[in-house]
Structure formats: C-alpha cells, structure tokens
Design a protein around this ligand. Structure first.
Ligand code: AMP
Length: 279
C-alpha cells in the first residue's frame, strides 16, 4: 500500500492503470466499519483500490466543525493496510485549492431539501471535491454510503449530467448494535449523549414500520416520530422528513418509494440517518 500526498503523483498513477479496473472510496478519514464496508466491496470487485482521505474545507460552513474534525492518518493507514488497499490518496488543501481557484459546481433540485436546505453551500463543496477526485483518480467504480443518501443521489446526478464515466455504487448503512449509524462524528458525543443517540434511528424505524403497516399519511407519521424524539431534552430535531426517493422532495401522501431522513443535534454534534422504504 502506498500513500500519495501529491495531486501530480495521483494523476501520473491514474494514467497507467493499463486496463485494470479501479474501485475508489472517497472519505474524510477517521475511518470506521462503515467506511471499511465500502473498501471491502471495492476490493471484491476491482483490480486496484484507491481510498482518498481529505477533510474538504469547501463543504464545511463557517460555524461548522472543520477545525475540530478528527484527523488520524496513521490509524487510518493501518486500517486500510489490513484491507489490502493499493493507494491512499491524501492531498493537502493547498494542492486541491491552489491560489486563484475559481470554479464552483451546483447540482440543483436534489439539494433543495433535507441537509441541502440546512447546510447552504455544503453540497456544492461535496460536488466540487468529488468531481476533482474523480478526475484525478479516474476510477471504474466509486463507492458511497446510503448514510449520506442525498449526497449519493446528487453525485449520481452530477456524474450523469456531466457524462462522467464512472459507475456509482451505494452501500447500506453500517450500524452499532443499538442502531446508531456509525459516523466519525460519534466520537464527539458525551456518554449521556451517546445513550440517547440511538433514538434517532428508533424514530426513523417507527416511521418505516408505520409505512410498512399500510399508513400513507406522511405528515401525521412524521409528527408522531418527532414527538418521540422531543421526549429527550438533549435532542434538538433539525429536520425529520419523508421524501420521494428519486426527487428528494417532501411528500404528504406516500405512494411510491420514499426515504425517511432526519438530522438531530445532540449538544454541538449533528447526526444524520435515514431508511429507504418501498411501498
Ligand atoms: P465521510 O468520511 O463521512 O465523508 O464518509 C465517506 C463515505 O463513507 C461516504 O460515502 C459515507 O456515506 C460513507 N459512510 C459513512 N458512514 C457510513 C456508515 N455508517 N455506513 C456506510 N457508509 C458510511
């Protein structure tokens, strides 16, 4: 396994894959079993596996946790070595966004609701960095988690709209035994916050079960789920939505495949989670 620090080196390597298939997993590091599930899948189906580790300043808002975001490259390298990864690409910000950098990317519509509404500019930053990484790494397939379902759908749209030739693959959410979705941000939680954190998934599961049992009134089910979360004073609900699975627009009557998606704050820590339900 080789760690590549320079953009020029990554570009040189990607010119010489010699017809081999390349699986790519973009991450911000502080890797956990969720990230590793993507890496394992990439390893299974490709000759070469590249994992990027880059805490992308362009996708953090001014009051968000860019400075505090965990950076543990040594530990990440050890984990990826065990998964037989070929290349870690860990560029510096100054090389990704050199002086004079002027380009932006915006994927409309799919970013109007959910996290896109509450984190203005966030998905522009994600689209930009993933576009750049795909240009540098030139993978056959790229792997993402359903944990960031809106992100995946936006990126898939971008790849289609811009005729980029990469296969986009979405993998299921890896969870703790109590249902909490694994996240690099879980390490911010105090022990008290950690205790109530699984309620996010409980509320989503409640919603999914209601839909599966035949209810179709999105607004009422949503209110019930939010009320379940309100029982815990530590939890501040940012949004709890039932959206169309393709358009990502909130719906009032459930008639097709939907995503139940929510974001909460526990103290300063923002957690997201979702489930996809087909009716
Ligand atoms: P991040 O490092 O947070 O940018 O995440 C990198 C990739 O890992 C994204 O495609 C995420 O959706 C995915 N990911 C994060 N958490 C999980 C999880 N619990 N299960 C599956 N994939 C995940």
């Amino acid at each position: 396994m080789k760690t590549i620090k320079h953009v020029s080196e990554m570009v040189e390597i990607s010119k010489n894959y010699a017809g081999k298939s390349v699986g790519f997993v973009p991450t911000m590091g502080a890797l956990h079993a969720g990230h590793l599930s993507l890496v394992k899948e990439a390893r299974k189906h490709n000759d070469i596996v590249v994992v990027s580790i880059f805490v992308n300043p362009a996708q953090f808002g001014l009051r968000e946790d860019f400075g505090a975001y965990p950076r543990v490259l040594d530990k990440d390298q050890a984990l990826l070595d065990r998964e037989n990864v070929d290349y870690i690409f860990a560029p510096e910000s100054s090389e990704m966004y050199p002086e004079g950098f002027s380009t932006s990317i915006h994927v409309a519509n799919l970013t109007d609701y959910l996290c896109g509404y509450y984190r203005p500019g966030h998905f522009d930053g994600v689209a930009l960095v993933v576009n750049k990484l795909l240009n540098m790494v030139k993978p056959t397939r790229a792997y993402f988690g359903q944990k960031d379902a809106q992100q995946f759908r936006m990126l898939k749209r971008m790849v289609g709209d811009l005729n980029m030739s990469v296969e986009m693959i979405e993998m299921p959410i890896v969870r703790e035994p109590d249902g909490l979705a694994l996240s690099s941000r879980n390490m911010y939680l105090s022990s008290e916050e950690r205790k109530v954190a699984p309620m996010l998934h409980q509320a989503i599961k409640y919603t999914v079960d209601q839909i599966k049992s035949g209810r179709r009134d999105a607004y009422k089910i949503k209110r019930e789920a939010i009320n379940k979360l309100r029982v815990y004073p530590e939890i501040k609900v940012q949004y709890f939505e039932i959206v169309d699975e393709e358009k990502l627009i909130p719906i009032s009557k459930i008639t097709s495949k939907v995503i139940v998606a929510a974001a909460i704050y526990l103290g300063k820590t923002r957690l997201i989670d979702n489930e996809i339900v087909d009716v």
